[in-house]
Design a protein around this ligand. Structure first.
Ligand code: 6GU
Length: 255
């Protein structure tokens, strides 16, 4: 399935830059995804092609007008479209939300600017999404963040190997194990010997152990207690023993 992406924006160049490079660039040239920017200025009626106006009630800043957005939506919205409004007022984007969104054939992003969009825009939106508790200047960057997470789920965008990694994050809710590349020693910093051993089974086990270790230390809330396999329990014991040794040797200095 080819995923179609529409961006309603006053700065189409920001999206063009993103889709020109790297993974998204390749996905477009392979025809796995297609994207179109819709310049909201093309949906204005006045000579100055204004997309914003002063807020009712006064105050600083400008507010994006509703009509250009509604007219543009009318031209590109289809029955299978999902209309997304990137906004700090939205629900938080998580990998689960990303997975859900990626099942749609057609996504439309409304990229707001200035102090926001006329609040009646919510009447035309399926999913308001926030990428975190901070405020960005415009919706283009947040649309790109959402897009970048979504297209990894589009079939064919990632190679086979990387696709498996997606599944592992999804299924097991684990952070990835550490990775290293040449040189094996850099500024006197080495890498774990097992990675140079050529022993695939041991390397695989080391990766699972480190994946669990770093999830436990950095994001323990990702680990669902009822999701642990027998092997994971054994790994937890290994991690616990190694932490105990580290803590004991530190305490020894003081006792
Ligand atoms: Cl999704 N958009 C904008 N413009 N600002 C944000 C945001 C989104 N999420 C947090 N801040």
């Amino acid at each position: 399935m080819n995923t179609r992406l529409h961006y309603l924006t006053t700065f189409p160049g920001i999206l063009d830059a993103y889709f020109n490079y790297s993974l998204p660039g390749k996905a477009v040239s392979k025809g796995l995804i297609s994207y179109q920017t819709v310049n909201l200025r093309d949906y204005t009626q006045d000579a100055h092609r204004t997309t914003d106006d002063t807020p009712f009630g006064g105050g600083p800043g400008m507010v994006m007008k509703l009509d250009p957005i509604v007219q543009a939506l009318q031209d590109c919205r289809q029955p299978n479209s999902l209309v997304i409004l990137p906004t700090p007022k939205g629900t938080l984007l998580t990998q689960e939300v990303v997975h859900h969104i990626s099942s749609y054939e057609h996504l439309i992003f409304i990229c707001g600017h200035y102090e926001g969009v006329d609040d009646r825009v919510f009447q035309y939106v399926d999913m308001p999404l926030s990428i975190g508790d901070y405020v960005l200047g415009g919706g283009e960057i947040s649309s790109i963040v959402i897009t970048d997470a979504v297209i990894r789920f589009v079939k064919g965008v990632l190679g086979n190997q990387e696709s498996t990694q997606i599944e592992s994050f999804e299924d097991k809710q684990r952070l990835e194990h550490p990775n290293f590349t040449r040189p094996a020693t850099y500024n006197e910093m080495g890498i774990p010997d097992v990675l140079l051993s050529g022993h695939h089974q041991k390397i695989e086990e080391w990766r699972k152990l480190e994946s669990l270790r770093w999830t436990l230390l950095l994001k323990p809330e990702l680990i669902q207690p009822d999701s642990l396999s027998k092997n994971d329990l054994q790994r937890l014991r290994t991690i616990k023993a190694s932490l105990n040794r580290t803590i004991d040797s530190l305490l020894n200095n003081y006792e």
